[in-house]
Design a protein around this ligand. Structure first.
Ligand SMILES: Cc1cc2nc3c(=O)[nH]c(=O)nc-3n(C[C@H](O)[C@H](O)[C@H](O)COP(=O)(O)O)c2cc1C
Length: 200
């Protein structure tokens, strides 16, 4: 949705605060540790990947950081979700947090995060089997048994290790509790968050 399309919707109430952010943080805090940070990321498939290029595709990612700069996770630069960025950066993250009956869809643009200090720290925190993923041959290429068998985890940071950050500018929040059933759209318009309550 282009922000300008909201110019004719005065019912969006400027709020100033990033209410969706507080809501997501408290919902995650109320969720069991193992499940809390897994979200589903939707993008388009890169045009040259498969016969089903340009279709939507969705996969799980482990969200490691949620802050005012966006939502971040790590990825292999060679993977489809990173490759599509230069063509179509628009993406959406989906959370379902059943403890609080909350569905949150966060939409925006995905970018490769250039914070090198953060990248180094995240790499250091990976377990050996996670570092091994980055020594594997190109994701989604025909299986290369020899290269897979030869792969060894390295302590040196891989050039293919990337942090991807979604800069959020639109959030669709649904509270799916039996009552009250509520839905709100939050949009960032000219640096100000605005909210509209909508029918579920
Ligand atoms: C629970 C769970 C968490 C995952 N977390 C990540 C992650 O943080 N980063 C990642 O690149 N892939 C993660 N994956 C694997 C992706 O879902 C996906 O299979 C893989 O990254 C290839 O995606 P792509 O080819 O669409 O880029 C996770 C999978 C599951 C099931």
């Amino acid at each position: 949705m282009e922000p300008k399309s909201l110019d004719n919707t005065p019912s969006y109430v400027p709020n100033g605060k990033r209410l969706w952010y507080e809501l997501l943080q408290s919902a995650i805090a109320a969720s069991p540790p193992q499940s809390m940070n897994v979200a589903q990321l939707a993008t388009l498939r890169p045009t040259d990947s498969t016969p089903i290029s340009n279709r939507p595709t969705v996969r799980s990612v482990n969200i490691r950081s949620i802050n005012k700069d966006g939502l971040s996770f790590c990825s292999d630069k060679r993977a489809a979700k990173a490759q599509i960025l230069s063509q179509v950066p628009e993406a959406e993250l989906h959370f379902w947090l059943p403890q609080v009956y909350l569905q949150m869809r966060l939409s925006g643009k995905l970018r490769i995060n250039k914070d090198e200090k953060m990248r180094q720290e995240w790499w250091s925190s990976l377990r050996p089997h996670e570092k091994l993923w980055f020594a594997w041959p190109t994701p989604a290429a025909p299986r290369d048994e020899a290269a897979l068998a030869a792969a060894k985890p390295s302590e040196d940071i891989s050039d293919d290790f990337a942090i991807l950050t979604l800069d959020v500018d639109f959030v669709d929040v649904s509270l799916l509790a039996p009552s009250p059933f509520a839905r709100e759209l939050h949009i960032l318009r000219v640096n100000e968050w605005c909210i509209q309550a909508v029918n579920p």
